[in-house]
Design a protein around this ligand. Sequence first.
Ligand code: ATP
Ligand code: ZN
Length: 220
Amino acid sequence: MTDRLRIALQKKGRLADDSFELLKKCGLRFAIRGGGLLARVKNMPIDLLLVRDDDIPSFVANDAADIGIVGENVLVEEQLVSREGLDAEITMRLGFSRCKLSLAAPNDGDINNTEQLNGTRIATTYPGVLGNFLKERGISAKSVEMKGAVELAPSIGIAESICDLVSSGATLEANGLSAFETILESEAVLIQSGRKLSADKQALLNKLMSRIDGVIKSSE
Ligand code: ATP
Ligand code: ZN
């Protein structure tokens, strides 16, 4: 690892722009261009590693990055599905990209509470969080893993309900679905492994975190 603090960020998607904006408000000067994997911060010894959000927890755990910004939902899912355990924990909550992981089913169907899931199929991109929830509640249902477009599962006929991220609820509504239970509340979080940083990197991280704190407070 270099002596520059490396931050893993989502390259493109719902977290990306708010993450870039937060860092810019903290005084970091950088330009994100096209396909690059690394963006260099011009005025501080910091590099940005631009990746898919799902890879961020393991990149932090495996020392490809010192810290990362990711949705709590993704961190918790990766922790639950990683067989060897994942060395990545929340250092700071960031207050943006708030959403819920919810259970939802067709408005005109038979399912409108969690007990009714027994013996049914639930489509999700979060098998870890869903499986954990079903186990805790003693519900026996089959989780059908999808990579995206989970909201289409009931109309395609591969599941009776879904477990998906919800923010405004517009996607559910557009697909004739209603949420009946929240299983996880999420926001963007700063994550770090248990490894000790060099004194220089730690000092820089402390400075960055105090600026992040200032930005969050001033926007409240
Ligand atoms: P990637 O290509 O990086 O894998 P993705 O398609 O998995 O991206 P996005 O849809 O960009 O992910 O969402 C990134 C994160 O934004 C989510 O994991 C979640 O924390 C947050 N988020 C906030 N609101 C929503 C929402 N309505 N739907 C999905 N994600 C949301
Ligand atoms: Zn993703």
